[in-house]
Ligand binder design. Structure first.
Ligand code: G
Ligand code: G
Ligand code: MN
Ligand code: NA
Length: 254
């Protein structure tokens, strides 16, 4: 309850911030995108990780105003980097199931884009398999609206959800983010090697991009690059960092 009451104040008191984790092209090594990750600097308790407060935010509905703030802030930051003449980046934003169930998600996304002036092709929304499995008529409509607006759609934690693949056919997604549990023991673990190879191959045949999450070693990088995985995100290259550190990284890429 204390957490809930504090979280209620967090937005107004400007205690929330976004960090960004770089995403790299696995072949050229260039910085191509970043995932926005929410941080809460609580004055008494210090930095509270998202795993601790996002579930509370979802139960209380606070995820709706918080999620909207995240969308606006990520779009604002992405446009600010472009306005500074830095190479453009795709910014990926995690969408909670509670946000996804809102009837007007597409309108809210549109509002964040309009407020920032960011072109929709630079915004990627990260959804999860369970959200697509809910299968309401409204969900199909929301996804179609987002696609029609020109926003990119990625499937987060791919491979850990329900194993029905029907939704890959039904919805027009752009990217699968291979869950880091499949990457961690590469290349030694034969089962993980088979699973990642199969996901990359299937995605290629379906015209989907792949991103490997949680890449921590050079051997994992080579394994994934050899199999045609397009992008990586992981501690091997970069941890989540404040926006000004991304600005510095982009300056070097210019
Ligand atoms: O940031 P960290 O590296 O600890 O991320 C932990 C989890 O919190 C991830 O699973 C991520 O999807 C989730 N998360 C981080 N930021 C956001 C956000 O802005 N919105 C939602 N819904 N989840 C987030
Ligand atoms: O669930 P989601 O993929 O949205 O969350 C991203 C989470 O993965 C963040 O908590 C981030 O800190 C974490 N992460 C990113 N790269 C690595 C990595 O290389 N190793 C580990 N262990 N965690 C990572
Ligand atoms: Mn994510
Ligand atoms: Na993930």
């Amino acid at each position: 309850l204390l957490l809930e009451n504090n979280l209620r104040q967090a937005l107004a008191r400007q205690e929330l911030a976004l960090h960004y984790q770089p995403q790299y092209d696995l072949h050229s090594g260039t910085l191509v995108g970043c995932e926005a990750l929410l941080r809460w600097r609580q004055p008494e308790q210090g930095l509270i990780p998202p795993d601790r407060f996002i579930p509370v935010a979802e139960e209380t509905g606070l995820i709706l105003p918080i999620g909207q703030w995240v969308l606006r802030e990520a779009c604002r930051q992405a446009q600010a980097w472009q306005d500074a003449g830095l190479p453009p980046l795709v910014v990926a934003v995690n969408i909670s199931a509670v946000q996804f169930r809102q009837a007007n998600l597409a309108a809210l996304v549109q509002e964040a884009l309009a407020a920032s002036g960011l072109s929709p092709c630079w915004l990627e929304l990260e959804l999860t398999e369970s959200m697509l499995m809910e299968d309401g008529e409204r969900h199909t409509q929301t996804l179609a609206q987002l696609k029609a607006m020109g926003i990119r759609l990625a499937l987060d934690d791919f491979g850990t959800g329900y194993s029905s693949l029907a939704y890959l056919k039904r919805f027009s997604l752009d990217k699968l983010k291979i869950d880091r549990s499949f990457i961690r023991d590469l290349p030694q673990d034969a089962e993980d090697a088979a699973i990642t190879t199969a996901i990359i191959g299937m995605a290629r045949d379906l015209g989907l991009e792949t991103l490997a999450e949680g890449v921590e070693t050079e051997q994992q990088w080579s394994f994934l690059a050899e199999r045609g995985c397009a992008q990586m995100q992981g501690f091997l290259r970069a941890r989540p960092m404040p926006a000004d550190e991304i600005t510095a990284l982009l300056g070097r890429h210019r």
